[in-house]
Structure formats: structure tokens, C-alpha cells
Design a protein around this ligand. Structure first.
Ligand SMILES: Cc1cc2nc3c(=O)[nH]c(=O)nc-3n(C[C@H](O)[C@H](O)[C@H](O)COP(=O)(O)OP(=O)(O)OC[C@H]3O[C@@H](n4cnc5c(N)ncnc54)[C@H](O)[C@@H]3O)c2cc1C
Ligand code: FES
Length: 278
């Protein structure tokens, strides 16, 4: 099959996460792809709406869920607007998996801290479930997740599951003014919630994903908590076209984010021309 030819995937379930964020649950149409497809947490795909084009999304479900994959996206433009209107029974295209991944084997025995804002939860949700499905192999699992408002939190039912588990520490927060009368989480920005929570760094890793402003103000907090740049991991969302290192759309200097990323440590990013400004 040619490099840019997508595989057909049938949508078998959808979930409206927020007014403009939707999850599609997908199964390959070809039985052979259902059998043979595999990927690793952190990888992404190109999802196509036929006649419209392709959009890049991470695979938001973990590799441990063998029978299907999920993507979660915000409708922001031409392709995502068409994908937003798709429902169960519709067929879309998929190319992938592409990119590097979170090196899970290196994380074994370590405490893992996830610092996440808004729609950036999907790539880390993949990793979080991957870790929870192999729970005994890892240390503490700590999640700080915030959104602008209660309505903007994604995967609300899973947040409830994580909050109920004794082997997960979950801190949720919404921006001031974004709370509802029955909101039981915190009120404040993610970096502030992180500072108040103050998890120990130890030998652990911190995964940070969110809007640039959230990342900017979370970094000094992580530094204060004792996380070195090599212990901080993020995943970039540079604009992409081919996804396979051919078109030159995603480069930062000589680094192809679609091949050498999207997963980078803060130390690796410091060495790129953009520096630590991600
Ligand atoms: C590796 C990777 C993983 C991603 N995972 C997800 C995900 O899980 N969920 C999700 O919602 N989005 C994700 N994105 C972002 C997503 O690819 C874009 O939002 C989407 O492709 C926009 O498609 P569109 O054709 O609807 O928008 P377009 O019509 O192309 O653009 C709409 C608007 O968004 C801007 N825009 C589009 N893409 C980007 C971008 N990458 N960076 C900055 N601005 C952009 C455009 O300039 C324009 O203003 C990911 C991106 C990458 C590279
Ligand atoms: S997206 Fe084409 S080179 Fe990376």
C-alpha cells in the first residue's frame, strides 16, 4: 500500500466531551488491520475526512485496549469541522502510527506526575491508561488537570474513575469564574494548583501538556519542586502535513517533529533552535 493511502476506519461510537470537543471510537474496516495494528503511547495518526483533507491527532486510547483506537479533537478548522459531524457508522481514513513514543520501559519503578491543561489531555490520557493497565510496574501516579471551566473538562467520567482509585492522586482545577455551584475541585490556574499540591520529585518524571502559557508558568514550579529538565517530558503539536519526514512542514531547525518527536524532554528541547520556549 502506498505511503499516503489511508486505511479505512469505521466509527462505532462517539462522545461529545465539551461543546466543541469530540471523541471518535474507531475500528479498522479491514480484518487484517484489526489483527496486525499496533502502536505505542505518544504516537499520532493522520485522520482524513474524504474530500476535505487530513488532520493530525494523537492516538488518545492506550495500546493496551486492543480492539479499537480513539481520537479526541477540538473543531478548529476545515477538516476538524467535518470530522465533528461524523457519527457511528461513518467511515473515515487513518494513516499511522507515526512519530516516537513515551519510552515506558524507562519509566518503570518511577513516580509519574501529569500536569495537563484543557484539550491537551488526550496524549497523556493514552499514557495514563497505559500505566494504569500495568499499574504494579510504576510508582505513584499523580495528575493535576485543569480547564477554563467545568464545561471544558474532557473525559469527565474517567476523571471520576481516577478520583475514586486509591492508587491515583488527582487534583482538578478550573479557572476563577469557571466553577459551577456543585464543583468540588479547586479554583485557580494549573501552575498554582501544582504549587499548592507540591508533589515530591524524587526519581520521578513530570509530563506537561497544555497551552503555552500554562507550560511557561508550570516550568518554574517544577524546577522549584526539584524536577531537572531531563525529568520533564512534553509532546509537541507543530503543524504537520506528511507525518513521515518528507514535506518539511514540521521542522525545528534540522529536527523533524513528526519523526524525532512529538515526545521530547525539556532537556532535548533546550538544544533545539526554539530553546525552552515551547
Ligand atoms: C502530533 C500532533 C498531535 C495532535 N493531537 C491533537 C489531538 O489529539 N486533538 C486535537 O484537537 N488536536 C491535536 N493536534 C492539533 C490538530 O492537528 C489541529 O488542530 C488540526 O489539524 C486542525 O485541523 P483543521 O484542518 O480543522 O484546521 P485548519 O483549518 O488547518 O486550521 C484551523 C486553525 O487552527 C490553526 N492550527 C491548525 N493546526 C495547528 C497547529 N498544529 N498548531 C497551531 N495552530 C494550528 C490554523 O492556523 C487555523 O487558525 C495535534 C497536532 C499534532 C502535530
Ligand atoms: S510533517 Fe512532513 S516532514 Fe514532518
Amino acid at each position: 500500500m502506498r505511503l499516503y493511502t489511508p486505511h479505512l476506519m469505521e466509527i462505532f461510537e462517539t462522545r461529545q466531551e465539551t461543546p466543541d470537543v469530540k471523541t471518535l471510537k474507531l475500528r479498522f474496516v479491514e480484518p487484517q488491520m484489526r489483527e496486525s495494528f499496533s502502536f505505542l503511547a505518544g504516537q499520532f495518526g493522520l485522520y482524513s475526512a474524504f474530500g476535505e483533507g487530513e488532520s493530525t491527532f494523537c492516538i488518545a486510547s492506550p495500546p493496551t485496549w486492543k480492539d479499537h483506537i480513539e481520537c479526541t479533537f477540538r473543531a478548529v478548522g476545515k477538516v476538524t469541522e467535518v470530522l465533528r459531524r461524523k457519527e457511528a457508522g461513518d467511515v473515515i481514513g487513518f494513516r499511522g502510527p507515526y512519530g516516537n513514543h513515551f519510552p515506558l520501559e524507562e519509566y518503570r519503578g518511577k513516580d509519574l506526575l501529569f500536569v495537563v491543561g484543557g484539550i491537551a489531555l488526550p496524549p497523556l490520557r493514552c499514557l495514563i491508561w497505559n500505566v494504569l493497565d500495568r499499574r504494579d510496574e510504576f510508582g505513584a501516579v499523580r495528575i493535576v488537570y485543569g480547564a477554563r471551566s467545568v464545561a471544558d473538562l474532557v473525559y469527565k467520567h474517567e476523571l471520576d474513575d481516577w478520583a475514586a482509585r486509591s492508587d491515583v492522586e488527582l487534583v482538578t482545577t478550573v479557572d476563577p469564574g469557571g466553577e459551577t455551584p456543585d464543583w468540588k475541585g479547586g479554583i485557580g490556574f494549573v501552575p498554582t494548583a501544582l504549587e499548592q499540591y507540591a508533589p515530591p520529585s524524587g526519581n520521578g518524571l513530570a509530563f506537561v501538556c497544555g497551552p503555552p502559557i500554562m507550560i511557561k508558568f508550570s516550568m518554574p514550579v517544577l524546577d522549584k519542586l526539584g524536577f531537572a529538565p531531563g525529568q520533564i517530558v512534553t509532546t509537541l503539536e507543530n503543524r504537520m502535513k506528511c507525518g513521515v519526514g518528507k514535506c518539511g512542514r514540521c521542522n525545528i531547525g534540522g529536527t523533524y517533529v513528526c519523526k524525532e518527536g512529538p515526545v521530547f524532554t525539556a532537556r532535548e528541547l533546550e538544544a533545539l533552535p526554539m530553546g525552552s520556549d515551547y
